[in-house]
Design a protein around this ligand. Structure first.
Ligand code: UGA
Length: 469
């Protein structure tokens, strides 16, 4: 099929490349000429494992092109809108400016009967609004096909998604009613686009627009809920002498709960979960649904609280004052396997430490080039060896494999004081302690967490310090 993808950021570039790998003829369009140039050379402007190979392969086979000109989308049968929907600068709501301008730019170039499908994460009601933008073209069919890929595993998530969701006019009944016309067209078009995935047995759900829009917001809100839940419990672990890693492992073994997104630590960041829970809250408020509104507020504040807890713990480990202390932060991206620093918890914490007077050196395997311009208070160092030199406190804030696997003996020889705050609960604490390190985590008991002695406040229980390992 001939397909255009409007917006070639983390979502659109991956979508364009994976569609080309499925055999389609794909044109990616973006307003940023530098991005288009890089993509056209087979080099993604961001770090995403496996993407460069797909870009190069698609272009070598003549199936993938990039352009800045929406007119080049002429003749495509399906157009995917993949532009960003960031948080509004003055409220919690999503900013739909890019989405509207993408639809407007596409409008004069749409072939008769073309299908326009949104993939961006949007508040419920967005499709109705876009219908207004495309009102001059009643022959054009609209669909909504939310994307669930994660940065760092985006290529795999796109090639083997957990599910495909199609939002179509009228929803499920219309989609399966051969006499209903238009909506069937969108379902049929998307089935043709995703034919290899459907053949491989990926589940496909067809629903109305509002449901498709909400599925994505609710899914992200649930993932954020799981993370904030376990982080709130981690605080209780700290207060009571329990260990969050053992607790979450045991909880996760219950298949009704599952272990994913139950890893306690510094909390979530990035360009999606934080702004999506705020948008979800704004949507709930707009519909007068206070339960969801309050819920999201709590999830957000627990999440941001983890950053404050980390700063407070760092201060405690520095003897009560951060002023003048040399601190090394391992990790700048919002999570491993990406160079994305949008709403990065690591950089937020690092910057707060610097604001309190510490000399903070940050290292990261991929994100240093993105970060250094934005954070003038921080010193950036590409080499972990140089970053560790003379540190009085080391913070692990993004759990790259490079840091998990780093030799604690080598690290101990470089620092001035072997104290590490593992805010991702990712290090092998025993191995680090074996090399003389004091190890602290969030909600874990290794090393220095509050010693609990005597009897537990709950009568009849063993003291929490008794290990069950
Ligand atoms: C998230 C969703 O997982 C995707 O399904 C969705 O498609 C995407 O947003 C989107 O809306 O486009 P992503 O932002 O790439 O994907 O990141 P995640 O892998 O979900 O991680 C988000 C944050 O949660 C990271 O900062 C990570 O460190 C943190 N996290 C994750 C935890 O703190 N604990 C966990 O157990 C899991």
């Amino acid at each position: 099929m001939k397909i255009s993808v409007i917006g070639c950021g983390y979502l659109g570039a991956v979508h364009a490349a994976t569609l080309a790998s499925m055999g389609h003829n794909v044109l990616g369009i973006d307003v940023d000429p530098v991005k288009v140039e890089q993509l056209g050379q087979g080099a993604a402007p961001f770090h995403e494992p496996g993407l460069d190979e797909l870009l190069q392969d698609g272009q070598a086979k003549g199936r993938l092109r990039f352009s800045t000109d929406p007119a080049d989308a002429k003749g495509a049968q399906v157009h995917f809108l993949c532009v960003g929907t960031p948080q509004d600068k003055t409220s919690d709501a999503a900013d739909l400016t890019f989405l509207v301008s993408a639809a407007e730019a596409l409008l004069p170039h749409l072939a008769a009967g073309a299908v326009v499908v949104g993939k961006s994460t949007v508040p419920v009601g967005t499709v109705d609004m876009l219908r207004g933008v495309l009102a001059a073209r009643p022959d054009v069919l609209l669909g909504w096909n939310p994307e669930f890929l994660r940065q760092g595993t985006a290529v795999k998530d796109s090639l083997v998604p957990d599910r495909l969701v199609y939002g179509v006019d009228g929803g499920r009944a219309a989609a399966f009613n051969p006499s209903s016309g238009g909506p069937l067209g969108v379902t049929a078009a998307l089935d043709a686009v995703y034919e290899p995935l459907l053949r491989a047995g990926i589940p496909r759900l067809v629903c109305n627009f509002a449901t498709a829009e909400l599925i994505k917001s609710a899914a992200n809100a649930y993932l954020a809920t799981k993370i904030s839940f376990i982080n709130a419990v981690a605080e209780l672990c700290d207060a009571s002498g329990a260990d969050i890693s053992e607790l979450s492992e045991a909880m996760g073994l219950d298949p009704r709960i599952g272990s994913r997104y139950l890893h306690a630590g510094l909390g979530f960041g990035g360009g999606c979960l934080p702004k999506d829970i705020r948008s979800f809250r704004a949507q709930a408020a707009g519909h007068g649904v206070t339960a969801v509104e309050d819920w999201m507020q709590l999830v957000d504040s627990v999440n941001l609280g983890q950053r404050s807890r980390t700063v407070a713990l760092a201060e405690e480990l520095c003897g009560g004052s951060l002023a003048g202390r040399s601190i090394t932060v391992l990790g700048a991206s919002f999570k491993p396997e990406t160079d994305d620093i949008r709403d990065s918890p690591a950089l937020d914490v690092a910057d707060r430490l610097a604001a309190a007077g510490a000399h903070v050196t940050v290292t990261d395997p991929k994100a240093v080039n993105h970060a250094w311009r934005r954070y003038p208070r921080l010193r950036f160092e590409a080499s972990i060896l140089r970053a560790l030199e003379g540190a009085e406190l080391v913070l692990l804030l993004t759990e790259w494999d490079e840091y998990r696997d780093f030799s604690p003996a080598v690290a101990a020889a470089l620092v001035r004081r072997p104290v590490v705050l593992d805010a991702r609960n990712a290090l092998d604490a025993a191995a680090w302690q074996g090399e003389g390190w004091t190890v602290r985590g969030l909600g874990t008991r290794h090393g220095g967490t509050q010693p609990v002695s005597g009897t537990s406040p709950v009568s009849g229980m063993r003291p929490a310090s008794a290990t069950y390992r």
